[in-house]
Design a protein around this ligand. Structure first.
Ligand SMILES: [Mg+2]
Length: 268
Protein backbone atom coordinates (compact mmCIF):
# COMPACT_ATOMS: atom_id res chain seq x y z
CA UNK A 1 0.00 0.00 0.00
CA UNK A 2 1.53 3.29 -1.02
CA UNK A 3 2.01 6.19 1.38
CA UNK A 4 -0.72 8.31 -0.19
CA UNK A 5 -3.36 5.61 0.07
CA UNK A 6 -2.34 4.96 3.65
CA UNK A 7 -2.70 8.65 4.51
CA UNK A 8 -6.10 8.72 2.81
CA UNK A 9 -7.18 5.71 4.85
CA UNK A 10 -6.16 7.42 8.08
CA UNK A 11 -7.95 10.60 7.06
CA UNK A 12 -11.13 8.69 6.15
CA UNK A 13 -11.11 6.74 9.43
CA UNK A 14 -10.47 9.90 11.43
CA UNK A 15 -13.44 11.63 9.78
CA UNK A 16 -15.71 8.70 10.60
CA UNK A 17 -14.53 8.45 14.21
CA UNK A 18 -15.03 12.14 14.80
CA UNK A 19 -18.76 11.51 14.44
CA UNK A 20 -19.44 10.90 18.13
CA UNK A 21 -20.26 8.61 19.72
CA UNK A 22 -17.96 6.45 17.67
CA UNK A 23 -16.44 2.99 17.79
CA UNK A 24 -13.57 1.03 16.39
CA UNK A 25 -14.48 -2.64 16.04
CA UNK A 26 -12.06 -5.35 14.99
CA UNK A 27 -11.74 -9.02 14.34
CA UNK A 28 -8.72 -10.73 15.92
CA UNK A 29 -7.28 -13.62 13.91
CA UNK A 30 -5.75 -12.55 10.63
CA UNK A 31 -6.48 -8.93 11.51
CA UNK A 32 -4.70 -8.10 14.77
CA UNK A 33 -2.74 -11.36 14.83
CA UNK A 34 -0.93 -13.00 11.91
CA UNK A 35 -2.46 -16.33 10.89
CA UNK A 36 -0.40 -19.25 12.17
CA UNK A 37 -0.70 -22.99 11.64
CA UNK A 38 -2.45 -23.73 14.95
CA UNK A 39 -4.91 -21.22 16.45
CA UNK A 40 -3.53 -21.71 19.99
CA UNK A 41 -0.27 -20.16 18.86
CA UNK A 42 -1.81 -17.00 17.42
CA UNK A 43 -0.59 -13.82 19.09
CA UNK A 44 -1.95 -10.30 18.81
CA UNK A 45 0.82 -8.00 17.61
CA UNK A 46 2.11 -5.88 20.52
CA UNK A 47 1.83 -2.77 18.31
CA UNK A 48 -1.87 -3.50 17.78
CA UNK A 49 -2.40 -3.98 21.50
CA UNK A 50 -0.76 -0.66 22.37
CA UNK A 51 -2.64 1.21 19.67
CA UNK A 52 -5.99 -0.28 20.77
CA UNK A 53 -5.19 0.75 24.32
CA UNK A 54 -4.57 4.32 23.15
CA UNK A 55 -7.71 4.31 20.99
CA UNK A 56 -9.81 3.10 23.94
CA UNK A 57 -9.03 6.37 25.70
CA UNK A 58 -10.02 8.45 22.66
CA UNK A 59 -13.14 6.69 21.40
CA UNK A 60 -16.50 5.87 22.95
CA UNK A 61 -16.04 2.19 22.25
CA UNK A 62 -13.30 -0.15 21.14
CA UNK A 63 -14.57 -3.67 20.61
CA UNK A 64 -13.24 -6.92 19.25
CA UNK A 65 -15.57 -9.50 17.75
CA UNK A 66 -14.28 -13.01 17.33
CA UNK A 67 -15.38 -16.56 16.71
CA UNK A 68 -13.24 -17.38 19.75
CA UNK A 69 -14.74 -17.20 23.21
CA UNK A 70 -14.85 -13.79 24.88
CA UNK A 71 -12.41 -15.04 27.53
CA UNK A 72 -9.94 -16.16 24.90
CA UNK A 73 -10.30 -12.92 22.98
CA UNK A 74 -9.66 -10.98 26.16
CA UNK A 75 -6.64 -13.10 27.00
CA UNK A 76 -5.19 -12.54 23.52
CA UNK A 77 -5.70 -8.79 23.39
CA UNK A 78 -5.09 -8.27 27.09
CA UNK A 79 -6.71 -4.86 27.58
CA UNK A 80 -9.57 -4.49 30.04
CA UNK A 81 -10.94 -1.27 28.51
CA UNK A 82 -12.33 -3.07 25.48
CA UNK A 83 -15.59 -4.86 24.82
CA UNK A 84 -14.99 -8.49 23.89
CA UNK A 85 -17.69 -10.19 21.87
CA UNK A 86 -17.06 -13.91 21.57
CA UNK A 87 -18.62 -16.82 19.73
CA UNK A 88 -19.82 -14.49 16.97
CA UNK A 89 -22.04 -12.66 19.44
CA UNK A 90 -23.27 -15.35 21.83
CA UNK A 91 -21.22 -14.00 24.72
CA UNK A 92 -19.44 -10.83 25.71
CA UNK A 93 -17.30 -9.31 28.39
CA UNK A 94 -16.57 -5.76 29.37
CA UNK A 95 -15.17 -4.16 32.48
CA UNK A 96 -18.49 -2.63 33.57
CA UNK A 97 -20.89 -5.51 33.14
CA UNK A 98 -18.45 -8.41 33.30
CA UNK A 99 -19.19 -11.66 31.50
CA UNK A 100 -22.53 -12.11 29.81
CA UNK A 101 -23.79 -15.22 28.08
CA UNK A 102 -26.30 -13.77 25.64
CA UNK A 103 -27.84 -17.16 25.01
CA UNK A 104 -28.32 -17.87 28.73
CA UNK A 105 -30.94 -15.14 28.99
CA UNK A 106 -32.96 -16.92 26.34
CA UNK A 107 -32.61 -20.46 27.59
CA UNK A 108 -35.22 -19.96 30.32
CA UNK A 109 -37.64 -18.37 27.88
CA UNK A 110 -37.05 -21.17 25.43
CA UNK A 111 -37.83 -23.76 28.10
CA UNK A 112 -41.09 -21.98 28.91
CA UNK A 113 -41.94 -21.68 25.25
CA UNK A 114 -41.27 -25.35 24.74
CA UNK A 115 -43.65 -26.28 27.56
CA UNK A 116 -46.33 -24.00 26.10
CA UNK A 117 -45.90 -25.39 22.61
CA UNK A 118 -46.05 -28.97 23.84
CA UNK A 119 -49.32 -28.17 25.59
CA UNK A 120 -50.84 -26.25 22.69
CA UNK A 121 -49.75 -28.70 20.03
CA UNK A 122 -50.73 -31.82 21.93
CA UNK A 123 -53.62 -32.39 19.56
CA UNK A 124 -51.65 -31.69 16.42
CA UNK A 125 -50.90 -34.98 14.73
CA UNK A 126 -47.37 -35.59 13.44
CA UNK A 127 -45.58 -32.73 15.13
CA UNK A 128 -42.29 -33.33 16.87
CA UNK A 129 -40.58 -30.67 18.95
CA UNK A 130 -36.80 -30.78 18.96
CA UNK A 131 -35.09 -28.78 21.70
CA UNK A 132 -31.66 -27.54 20.67
CA UNK A 133 -31.15 -25.43 23.76
CA UNK A 134 -31.52 -21.92 22.36
CA UNK A 135 -33.36 -23.11 19.26
CA UNK A 136 -36.66 -24.98 19.08
CA UNK A 137 -37.44 -26.93 15.94
CA UNK A 138 -41.02 -27.94 15.23
CA UNK A 139 -40.95 -30.77 12.72
CA UNK A 140 -44.15 -31.65 10.92
CA UNK A 141 -42.87 -34.16 8.40
CA UNK A 142 -44.95 -36.83 10.14
CA UNK A 143 -48.21 -34.94 9.69
CA UNK A 144 -50.79 -36.36 7.32
CA UNK A 145 -51.85 -32.83 6.36
CA UNK A 146 -48.55 -30.93 6.58
CA UNK A 147 -49.92 -27.67 5.14
CA UNK A 148 -52.64 -27.45 7.76
CA UNK A 149 -50.24 -28.29 10.55
CA UNK A 150 -47.75 -25.74 9.27
CA UNK A 151 -50.45 -23.05 9.33
CA UNK A 152 -51.45 -24.12 12.83
CA UNK A 153 -47.86 -23.88 14.06
CA UNK A 154 -47.25 -20.50 12.44
CA UNK A 155 -50.55 -19.15 13.76
CA UNK A 156 -49.76 -20.35 17.25
CA UNK A 157 -46.28 -18.85 17.21
CA UNK A 158 -47.67 -15.61 15.88
CA UNK A 159 -50.06 -15.40 18.82
CA UNK A 160 -47.47 -16.43 21.41
CA UNK A 161 -44.31 -14.64 20.46
CA UNK A 162 -43.15 -11.08 20.70
CA UNK A 163 -41.27 -10.41 17.46
CA UNK A 164 -38.48 -8.66 19.35
CA UNK A 165 -37.78 -11.75 21.46
CA UNK A 166 -37.92 -14.52 18.90
CA UNK A 167 -37.19 -15.14 15.27
CA UNK A 168 -39.32 -17.65 13.37
CA UNK A 169 -37.70 -19.30 10.37
CA UNK A 170 -38.86 -22.11 8.11
CA UNK A 171 -37.00 -25.00 6.59
CA UNK A 172 -38.10 -28.18 4.87
CA UNK A 173 -41.05 -29.47 6.91
CA UNK A 174 -39.77 -27.61 9.95
CA UNK A 175 -40.47 -24.33 11.69
CA UNK A 176 -37.69 -23.01 13.88
CA UNK A 177 -37.91 -20.55 16.73
CA UNK A 178 -34.69 -18.80 17.60
CA UNK A 179 -33.89 -15.96 19.93
CA UNK A 180 -33.02 -12.80 18.02
CA UNK A 181 -29.42 -13.37 18.94
CA UNK A 182 -26.54 -11.77 17.20
CA UNK A 183 -25.72 -14.87 15.27
CA UNK A 184 -23.34 -13.14 12.94
CA UNK A 185 -21.00 -10.23 13.16
CA UNK A 186 -23.41 -8.08 11.16
CA UNK A 187 -26.17 -8.33 13.73
CA UNK A 188 -23.63 -7.77 16.51
CA UNK A 189 -22.59 -4.53 14.81
CA UNK A 190 -26.20 -3.47 14.32
CA UNK A 191 -26.85 -4.11 18.01
CA UNK A 192 -23.86 -2.02 19.02
CA UNK A 193 -24.78 0.83 16.69
CA UNK A 194 -28.41 0.94 17.78
CA UNK A 195 -27.77 0.14 21.44
CA UNK A 196 -25.13 2.77 21.89
CA UNK A 197 -26.43 5.30 19.43
CA UNK A 198 -23.19 5.24 17.46
CA UNK A 199 -22.75 7.88 14.76
CA UNK A 200 -19.43 6.61 13.45
CA UNK A 201 -17.85 3.16 13.21
CA UNK A 202 -14.68 1.74 11.71
CA UNK A 203 -14.47 -2.02 11.29
CA UNK A 204 -11.53 -4.25 10.44
CA UNK A 205 -11.67 -7.91 9.46
CA UNK A 206 -10.22 -10.51 7.14
CA UNK A 207 -12.67 -13.37 6.71
CA UNK A 208 -16.09 -14.49 5.51
CA UNK A 209 -17.75 -13.75 8.85
CA UNK A 210 -16.33 -10.23 8.69
CA UNK A 211 -18.16 -9.67 5.43
CA UNK A 212 -21.37 -9.95 7.50
CA UNK A 213 -20.06 -7.14 9.69
CA UNK A 214 -19.36 -4.99 6.65
CA UNK A 215 -22.85 -5.60 5.33
CA UNK A 216 -24.21 -4.71 8.77
CA UNK A 217 -22.37 -1.41 8.61
CA UNK A 218 -23.89 -0.70 5.21
CA UNK A 219 -27.38 -1.39 6.52
CA UNK A 220 -26.71 1.02 9.37
CA UNK A 221 -25.72 3.77 6.95
CA UNK A 222 -29.41 4.15 6.31
CA UNK A 223 -29.75 5.00 10.00
CA UNK A 224 -27.23 7.77 9.59
CA UNK A 225 -24.10 5.89 10.59
CA UNK A 226 -20.82 7.09 9.12
CA UNK A 227 -18.70 4.01 8.58
CA UNK A 228 -15.52 2.65 7.10
CA UNK A 229 -15.08 -1.08 6.44
CA UNK A 230 -11.47 -2.16 6.19
CA UNK A 231 -10.61 -5.55 4.75
CA UNK A 232 -7.35 -7.21 5.70
CA UNK A 233 -5.87 -9.15 2.81
CA UNK A 234 -4.17 -12.50 3.24
CA UNK A 235 -3.95 -16.00 1.81
CA UNK A 236 -7.36 -17.34 0.89
CA UNK A 237 -9.03 -13.96 1.23
CA UNK A 238 -12.72 -14.34 0.37
CA UNK A 239 -13.73 -12.50 -2.81
CA UNK A 240 -16.60 -10.79 -1.00
CA UNK A 241 -14.16 -9.12 1.38
CA UNK A 242 -12.68 -7.10 -1.47
CA UNK A 243 -16.09 -6.09 -2.80
CA UNK A 244 -17.69 -5.28 0.56
CA UNK A 245 -14.78 -3.39 2.12
CA UNK A 246 -14.14 0.30 1.52
CA UNK A 247 -10.39 -0.29 1.47
CA UNK A 248 -7.92 -3.11 1.94
CA UNK A 249 -4.85 -3.29 4.17
CA UNK A 250 -2.23 -5.85 3.15
CA UNK A 251 -2.00 -7.75 6.47
CA UNK A 252 -1.77 -7.50 10.27
CA UNK A 253 1.50 -5.48 10.23
CA UNK A 254 -0.28 -2.88 8.10
CA UNK A 255 -3.20 -2.97 10.56
CA UNK A 256 -0.74 -2.24 13.37
CA UNK A 257 0.67 0.74 11.46
CA UNK A 258 -2.84 1.91 10.65
CA UNK A 259 -4.04 1.71 14.26
CA UNK A 260 -0.91 3.49 15.53
CA UNK A 261 -1.32 6.32 13.00
CA UNK A 262 -5.02 6.53 13.79
CA UNK A 263 -4.37 6.85 17.52
CA UNK A 264 -1.90 9.66 16.77
CA UNK A 265 -4.31 11.41 14.42
CA UNK A 266 -7.13 11.29 16.97
CA UNK A 267 -4.99 12.73 19.73
CA UNK A 268 -3.79 15.59 17.52
MG1 LIG B 1 -10.18 -13.25 11.23
Amino acid sequence: MNANLFEEAIAAATRVLQERPSALISDIDGTLSPIVASPEEAVVMPECRLALHALATRLDLVAVISGRTAAEARRMVGIDDLLYVGNHGLERWDRVEGYRDEAAAFKGEMRELRATLERELRGAQGVRIEDKGVILSLHYRGASRPDEVRQQILGLLDSLLAPSRFVVAEGKMVVEVRPPLALDKGTVIEGLVLGRGLRGAVFLGDDVTDVDAMRGLKRMRECGLASLAIGVAGDGMPDALATESDLLLPGPPAVAAFLEALARALSA
